[in-house]
Design a protein around this ligand. Structure first.
Ligand code: PEP
Length: 249
């Protein structure tokens, strides 16, 4: 058994208005009051302030779903680290496959974003994961290694300990096709090996699994030795379902 605190994050994507976010937090908090795990909510930018205020005085953390690497500038539509810090946001999801796929987010940009997030004391939740084609071609490990090396290239080994990694096989996101426990364990252990090989304190790093995590499969996935938590999309939109996943830690 490892001593890493379990980490369960709710990625709402482009769901929930401010009013819906408030309703969710009020319903969630009493359901998870006794948890010892780290619980993180990742609302859309518009609901960040509301979720921050509603969770004040609790252990729930709040993360943005993206940020720009610059502190300010002519970047229409973007949000910066200092803007998130001003709201008391504590973490930021970086490199989600939807951002890589639909918004052409590159590993080069991610390297800058990871460094900028850490510089502002925002905890990066860095997403990596292979496509179905890459898995079928036996390239899963190659993809993971390339993404990790590139996305963590701008920070030193010591700083890697402050990054949360989410292993999210693209073929399992929003599809109902969860990775098998063997696949999840193998990939998360490989990620830890890559971090260890580059000289990071790999035993400290929380590595999450993401991809169709539900109350019914959470306990099995979260019991795996190298899976320290979950990044939850669809099932995080309902406070009861999300609380049941937190309960599985
Ligand atoms: C995600 O959004 O990161 C995710 C894993 O989604 P889902 O749980 O819906 O597959």
């Amino acid at each position: 058994m490892h001593s890493r605190t379990p980490y369960i994050a709710a990625n709402w994507k482009m769901h929930k208005t401010v009013a819906e976010a408030a309703e969710f937090v009020d319903a969630l908090l009493p359901r998870i009051a006794a948890t010892q795990s780290d619980v993180v909510i990742c609302p859309p930018f518009t609901a960040l302030a509301e979720v921050v205020e509603r969770r004040r005085g609790t252990a729930v953390k709040v993360a943005a779903q993206n940020m720009h690497e610059a502190d300010s500038g002519a970047f229409t539509g973007e949000v910066s680290g200092p803007m998130l810090v001003e709201l008391d946001v504590e973490a930021v999801v970086l490199g989600h496959s939807e951002r890589r796929q639909y918004f052409s987010e590159t590993d080069e940009a991610l390297a800058r974003k990871v460094a900028a997030a850490l510089a502002h004391e925002l905890e990066p939740i860095l997403c990596v994961g292979e496509s179905e084609e890459a898995r079928d071609a036996g390239e899963t490990e190659g993809v993971l290694e390339r993404q990790l090396q590139a996305d963590l290239a701008a920070i030193d080994d010591l700083a890697v300990g402050g990054v949360v990694i989410a292993y999210e096989p693209i073929w399992a996101i929003g599809t109902g096709r969860t990775a098998t426990p063997e696949q999840a364990q193998e990939a998360c252990a490989f990620i830890r090996d890559v971090l260890r090989a580059r000289g990071a304190a790999a035993e400290e790093v929380r590595i999450l699994y993401g991809g169709s995590v539900k109350p019914a499969n959470a306990a099995e996935l979260l019991a795996l030795p190298d899976v320290d938590g979950a990044l939850v999309g669809g099932a995080s939109l309902d406070p009861e379902e999300f609380a049941a996943i937190v309960d599985a830690t």
